[in-house]
Design a protein around this ligand. Sequence first.
Ligand SMILES: [Zn+2]
Length: 432
Amino acid sequence: MRSLDKHITDLVEQTGFVDTHEHLIEESTRLSGKIDVRLMPCNDWAYLFAIYAKDDLAVAGMPQADLRKFLSPEVSTDCKYELVKPYWNRIKDTGYAQALRYTFRGLYGVADLTEETVHQIAEKYIETLQPGFYAAILRRAKIDYCQVNSAERIFMETAQPNILAQDLDVIDFCRCAKLDFARVNAETGKEPTTLEAWLEIVDQYFDAFGPKAVAIKCLIAYSRRLMFSPVDEARASRLFARHSTNGVNPLSSGELTALQDFLFRYCVRKATAYGLPVKLHTGYLAGSGSMQLARVRDNAADLCDLLQDFPDTQFVLMHIGYPFEKEFIALAKQYANVRIDMCWAWIISPIASVRFLKEFLLAVPANKLFTFGGDHYAVEAIYGHACIARRGIGQAISELVSEGWIERQEAPEIIEAIMRGNALRFFPNGPA
Ligand SMILES: [Zn+2]
């Protein structure tokens, strides 16, 4: 605690976050208790591990079969604890697990997951699930409001627009995977076989939700490089027609990339017309055992053409591009249309995030940074993540002051900007 400045850490503790990235399912979905492999594989305390901490458990050696059992419904608390116990001890200092421990402490009143506390955690998990618990937990985490990239809908017409602003997720419009067509079909009842009909659907989504969304969001970096070449509509139209004929003369991977290029650029133009920033996943990939690091490494360099081709579009590059975050500092420094979002980064690597924040503030104008998004499905997990982020922000600013890089009296303005003010000023259509 040597270099922490109490005045600064107190200020960070008191300042509200605008939370720029979550995947929160609707509170009513949580309260329904409806089990869904993707959204809610179980509805007990193990659910808090279902995003992220489970990946640390897997790479720490927990067998997949045990992990599946741990995250499945109708397995007793005692049995789940026995399954996780040996691996919890291995992961408990990672950002993912430290954030969970902050949640256990702050929301459930226990310092750690142990044989003695696991039943209290299990009971508190259930007790917490009351109407209004989203707002209550966000209040305790001092979060003004969240920007949600819904896992349930392309655009979620939320029951709580005052605390859950929404992104329009364009992955289903431009990736062209089977599941994307299935999702569009499920929401619209349409099965377009021509590019023209497909773009009409995209236009309808923008017409309906563009005026309500805070941004568009795309996680296409999970499946391809972030280099998007210009492709003319006639070629895209031929590719789309072939792609939609289900296996007859399938597209090569290069042809699929070209079709995605066209569709992604189309969505970027639509977003710009509606004044919506473009949020892009960059950097580390969630999960385990699948990341191609060479592709991730090229994210920042790959983006340069896009940033130059769309100078009037505002881009938000998410997750600091970890572990290549220095390159994202360079992008934000070079391009007026780039903002960096530290969402998720604090729990991937707390120390890299502290370092990043210090480097960023001395290299890039302070208006170009958003410092918090939990990137969670479960609201309880956001609480712990926000604790880690506040701790890291307090440390970074304290160190910059103690090292003489910034004046102590500058700190309040910087803290207000990076935690909330920048986001309040930048994003359209925030909550009323
Ligand atoms: Zn996310």
